[in-house]
Design a binder for this molecule. Structure first.
Ligand code: ADP
Ligand code: NA
Length: 333
């Protein structure tokens, strides 16, 4: 009943990382190239759930758009826009805030992760309600599939719960039950300093992540210094169990090379990390530097980026507005 349509977003809250590239951007491009209708969004309203410097937010929204395009998103084939320019997201989020239950929100582990070690009472209400806005982002387009990293799986389940409850509460079959697209190696890229934490732009240590703006020397140095254990690469995939740092580097290699983890292990069984790391660094540089170069080129023309985002917002609005109007009608507004 619902046409296949993909929606996903990335926060313009800081420079993008290798995790965003492998878990999100790279797959966004694959889906676009499969010919499915694709809608991609810089989610600036999500970004402000933690305080952002206004000038930096503006800059990072453009930089995020440049990263999408540099990674292969074609603004003619995909809709690429900035969330706050399409007010249907905020309007539908309010309705969803009234559908979602407090108990559901209390179970969201990302809120707990993001406030761990901090005073959760001092977190913004927006950070808490973030998954409800994310549900609105997706449902405003009746999107049926969302390519995301593993870290977003729980939020996708919440989106399904909200859609199902809305449909039940109002006796309609209006919102689709969305499918997460979480597949392939490295849907969760871990920190280079701690194999139990995900690589994130919000990690205070720059050594923990590879940024899409890092140059070749920085990438090589970060991988050289990446935490590992003293053992060489194992002879089988099983041998990576309980070795989170080793596993992470192998996963990253597999995702970048397009091989399976088993293939990477077969090719490198018994190798020391002293020799595997330079190989990984060369591969990472080969894959990322063309993107960095293109991003830098695009960033020289911010007016052109704004024009692309404005055009994307018009096309997004044309889809979202009738869906929002119908939602309001169902609710009695
Ligand atoms: P971050 O978590 O870095 O703030 P976002 O919340 O904006 O990034 O996430 C944007 C997209 O990037 C999501 O699809 C998310 O699943 C993906 N992503 C973020 N970090 C990683 C990671 N370390 N590994 C895999 N995917 C990731
Ligand atoms: Na995230």
């Amino acid at each position: 009943r619902f046409t296949p349509r993909i929606f996903s977003g990335i926060q313009p809250s800081g420079g993008l990382t290798l995790g965003n590239y492998l878990g999100a951007l790279k797959r966004f491009v694959e889906k676009q190239d499969e010919g499915i209708e694709t809608i991609y969004c810089l989610v600036d309203m999500h970004a402000i759930t933690v305080w952002q410097d206004p000038e930096r937010l503006r800059q990072q929204t453009r930089e995020g758009a440049a990263a999408f395009i540099a990674a292969g998103i074609d603004p003619a084939r995909s809709i690429l826009f900035n969330q706050s320019q399409v007010s249907a997201h905020a309007e539908l989020a309010w309705i969803f805030n009234c559908v979602a239950r407090l108990g559901w929100m209390n179970r969201m582990t990302q809120f707990k992760d993001k406030t761990a070690g901090k005073n959760a009472e001092a977190a913004s209400l927006g950070l808490y309600a973030y998954p409800s806005l994310m549900a609105a982002d997706i449902m405003a387009y009746h999107a049926t599939m969302v390519p995301v990293g593993e870290d977003q799986k729980q939020h996708l389940e919440l989106t399904r719960d909200i859609a199902i409850k809305f449909n039940n509460d109002y006796g309609v079959d209006f919102f689709p039950v969305v499918e997460p697209l979480i597949e392939g190696a490295a849907t969760r890229v871990m920190s280079l300093r701690d194999g139990t934490k995900k690589m994130s732009k919000s990690d205070p240590s720059d050594q923990s992540r590879i940024n899409l703006t890092d140059d070749a020397d920085m990438i090589a140095a970060k991988i050289r210094k990446a935490k590992t254990d003293p053992e060489p690469l194992p002879g089988s995939v099983d041998g990576l169990r309980d070795r989170p740092e080793a596993k992470n580097l192998v996963n990253i290699y597999a995702a970048l090379s397009g091989q399976t983890v088993a293939e990477v292990i077969a090719e490198n069984a018994g190798a020391q990390f002293g020799s595997f790391k330079p190989k990984l660094a060369d591969l990472a540089v080969a894959k990322l530097s063309p993107i960095t170069v293109e991003m830098n080129r695009l960033m020289k023309d911010p007016a052109e980026i704004d024009r692309i985002l404005g055009n994307g917002a018009d096309r997004a609005e044309a889809i979202a507005r009738p869906i929002l109007e119908r939602t309001k009608d169902i609710v009695g507004m």
